[in-house]
Design a protein around this ligand. Structure first.
Ligand SMILES: Nc1ncnc2c1ncn2[C@@H]1O[C@H](COP(=O)(O)OP(=O)(O)OP(=O)(O)O)[C@@H](O)[C@H]1O
Ligand SMILES: O=P(O)(O)OC[C@H]1O[C@H](OP(=O)(O)OP(=O)(O)O)[C@H](O)[C@@H]1O
Length: 236
């Protein structure tokens, strides 16, 4: 059985991922030319690297077509239901940190918590003739957090494909759920994070798709242990 590890081909977590694999002693050699999207791990028979984008990696983990992937926890949790049954988060890699948050307009002075927001949602229709609109590309995380964790049912998700923070000012939605790292995009758009509005503190992770055949395969153990020890040594 070939083991496939999906690594980011571009974007903000690409270089740090390559550095972790190097520290882990998992040297990667390109197959074919430099622009190839396939590679191998030196000294590990039957282990193949596939280069994909961060969101594709989350999708392939969900579909079970790769054995491991390095991508953001946010994308993995957004990409599948019952995530902890389907994948194992083997190592948190210490980069790509970002929080998925609930943010509301700064001028909503009396809305500071999810409970406050629940009150707003409850009488939004009576006041405005429509449900509270939440702009996001994280619809699964939003539904879990609002409906299951906070019992807020009266809202409408407005799917956003980019520039989510601009949606309230543009009148497309009332509030947002999006990723923040420095907070400057929220601030520029006059939005504030609710006190208990952090849905997930995400970072890049080594993730394993739970598959039959992994147990007892020494290559699986070796990959996990090598990456874990590289992360531990990188901490010091
Ligand atoms: N400031 C930030 N903005 C967006 N994502 C961030 C930020 N900081 C860290 N991340 C994390 O980086 C990951 C996404 O990486 P990146 O934006 O490089 O992907 P990408 O190459 O654009 O992928 P795709 O094209 O598949 O969306 C996510 O897991 C996200 O949580
Ligand atoms: O809290 P901050 O440090 O301001 O970062 C958060 C912003 O950064 C990302 O957008 P980016 O401009 O990187 O575009 P992308 O989502 O297309 O990668 C993200 O979607 C947020 O909008």
């Amino acid at each position: 059985m070939t083991i496939t590890i999906a690594l980011p081909s571009k974007g903000r977590i690409k270089e740090d991922t390559a550095a972790v694999f190097e520290r882990a002693g998992l040297a990667i050699s390109a197959i074919g030319n430099d622009r190839s999207y396939r590679a191998r791990v030196d000294g590990l028979e039957g282990v193949e690297i596939a280069y994909l984008s961060a969101s594709e990696i989350a999708r392939e983990l969900a579909g079970g077509s790769v054995d491991f992937g390095v991508t953001g926890e946010d994308l993995v949790r957004e990409g599948m239901a019952d995530v902890d049954e389907k994948v194992e988060f083997c190592a948190r890699l210490g980069f790509g940190q970002a929080d998925v948050v609930v943010a509301v307009p700064e001028i909503w002075l009396d809305v500071e918590t999810m409970e406050d927001l629940g009150d707003v949602a409850a009488d939004f229709r009576a006041r405005h003739g429509r449900r509270l609109g939440i702009a996001t590309k994280y619809w699964r995380l939003t539904q879990q957090f609002f409906s299951r964790q906070h019992g807020i049912q009266l809202y409408r998700i407005v799917e956003s494909l980019g520039a989510t923070e601009g949606a309230p000012a543009a009148g497309q939605a009332d509030i947002i759920v999006d990723i923040t790292s420095t907070g400057s995009t929220l601030k520029a758009n006059h939005l504030k994070v609710l006190d208990d509005g952090v849905i997930l503190s995400s970072e890049a992770c080594l993730v394993r798709a739970r598959k039959q055949g992994h147990e007892g395969d020494p290559r699986i153990r070796r990959i996990v242990e090598a990456v874990r020890s590289a992360v531990a040594s990188g901490d010091g």
